[in-house]
Ligand binder design. Structure first.
Ligand code: GUN
Ligand code: ZN
Length: 428
């Protein structure tokens, strides 16, 4: 049986990147309604046109609320949900003090199931419909998040985090077990329903060269998988990488040497890049993932969005939960704006919305399926109330145009701004 719905509101879609030549706001178009059939967008346009397209579809009237593609969070650690907002440490100490003890619990499937569902409940409430998550070294942690997403009909990407050194004994695998466990998970989950696998070396300090070699070989054997890792997040980390890999030309080279640089690669943070690294990442069309709440929270530095965009990099946006301090992509966009301000390059609201939808979808190489509202794309949508609190409502009242109102919700909004979320053509 066919399921059909028409949503009326201010339906926002992008016809190009707002970072390209031209006024950022001209990259976006508004229409009156979106028609949904069998989990896909059937069309956008006037309400009359959508009624003509789907004459029997029930109408959900969202009046002047903003309807856009569901948010895509391109770099998260769902196992860090319960330790989000842990005080006072920088990257390496933060990993040792808070993260690794919590990640040790994910060998317990029941605990992993509980946290996977809690994480997806929290992110859905914030309008996020797709995430790309690191798991822990335990295959159980991967099964848990994929099973939870599958039950919800959600498109997600995830992978087993591989580590064979500089981590507690209980969180270490080996080159061979990382290869075998990851491959078994690829076989079980990659391409099943809406699920995709990301081969996941945590970062080069926690993998031996032998493990990076094995993971590189695995990616070469499964080139349609994504590969996600961390790159150049903190200066101490970069100095450590130089001592661990004395032959490497730079941090990126520790991946490149082992076949872990590619167009389907996602490199989280990428703050303190050297010229050669920028050049190679651009040459390969690899994705950089900006995690602004994390970068300010852990004290990592200021991502060069304007410079990297001008060079033509592929860039996504992410919360980096729980190094990031929020589950909300609104809060993440606000932090991206603030980081831009600190670098003297403020981002337009259209650029922020694009990064949180199409930009992140493109980083995951899913831009033809999710991250925009257009005929044939999957119907993952978020409905935003642009007057969700008294403080925002009084600012929106004064807004000269839609973008001023949208910007107030980006800067001050939270899950109260999320009026409704649609996943795969169903309201959740
Ligand atoms: N680098 C290696 N692991 C992590 C992690 O879990 N969070 C962040 N922010 N950076 C990392
Ligand atoms: Zn991370």
């Amino acid at each position: 049986m066919s399921t059909e719905t028409i949503l009326k509101g201010q339906v926002l879609s992008f016809s190009r990147s707002p970072f390209d030549e031209g006024a950022p706001q001209d990259a976006a178009q508004l229409s009156e309604a979106v028609a949904i059939r069998d989990g896909l967008v059937a069309g956008t346009g006037s309400l009359d046109d959508m009624r003509a397209l789907l004459p029997r579809a029930p109408l959900v009237d969202h009046s002047d609320k903003l309807i856009l593609a569901g948010f895509v969070d391109a770099h998260v650690h769902y196992p860090q949900t319960a330790i989000i907002a842990s005080w006072g440490k920088r990257l390496i100490d933060w990993l040792n003090a808070y993260t690794f003890p919590e990640e040790m619990r994910f060998g317990d499937r029941a605990y992993a199931d509980e946290l996977a569902n809690r994480y997806l409940d929290l992110t859905t409430a914030n309008g996020t419909t797709t995430v790309c998550s690191f798991c822990t070294i335990h295959p159980e942690s991967v099964d848990a998040i994929f099973a939870a997403a599958q039950a919800r009909g959600q498109r997600i990407v995830a992978g087993k985090t591989c580590m064979d050194r500089n981590a507690p004994e209980a969180l270490r695998d080996t080159p061979q077990s990382a290869y075998d466990d990851s491959e078994a998970l690829i076989t079980r989950w990659h391409g099943v329903d809406r699920l995709g696998y990301a081969i996941t070396p945590r970062f080069s300090p926690t993998s031996t060269p032998e493990q990076l070699q094995a993971i590189g070989a695995l990616w070469a054997k499964h080139p349609d998988c994504l590969m996600q890792t961390h790159l150049s997040e903190q200066l101490d980390e970069i100095a450590w990488v130089k001592t661990l890999f004395p032959q490497a030309r730079d941090y990126l080279d520790t991946y490149e040497e082992f076949g872990l640089l590619g167009a389907r690669g996602l490199y989280g943070h990428a703050i303190h890049l050297e010229e050669r690294e920028r050049h190679r990442l651009r040459e390969f069309g690899a994705a950089l993932v900006h995690c602004p709440t994390s970068n300010t929270f852990i004290g990592s530095g200021l991502f060069d969005m304007a410079g990297l965009m001008a060079e033509g990099h592929r860039i996504g946006l992410a919360s980096d939960t729980g190094g990031g301090s929020s589950f909300s992509m609104l809060r993440t966009m606000a932090a991206a704006y603030e980081v831009g301000q600190l670098r003297g390059t403020p981002l337009h609201a259209a650029q922020l919305l694009w990064l949180a939808t199409q930009g992140s979808a493109a980083a995951l190489r899913l831009e033809h399926k999710i991250g925009n509202i257009a005929a044939g794309m999957e119907a993952d949508l978020v409905v935003l109330d642009l007057a969700s609190t008294p403080a925002i409502a009084q600012r929106t009242e004064r807004a000269a145009d839609l973008w001023e109102a949208v910007f107030a919700t980006i800067m001050m909004g939270d899950d109260r701004a999320v009026a409704e979320v649609w996943i795969g053509g169903r309201a959740v």
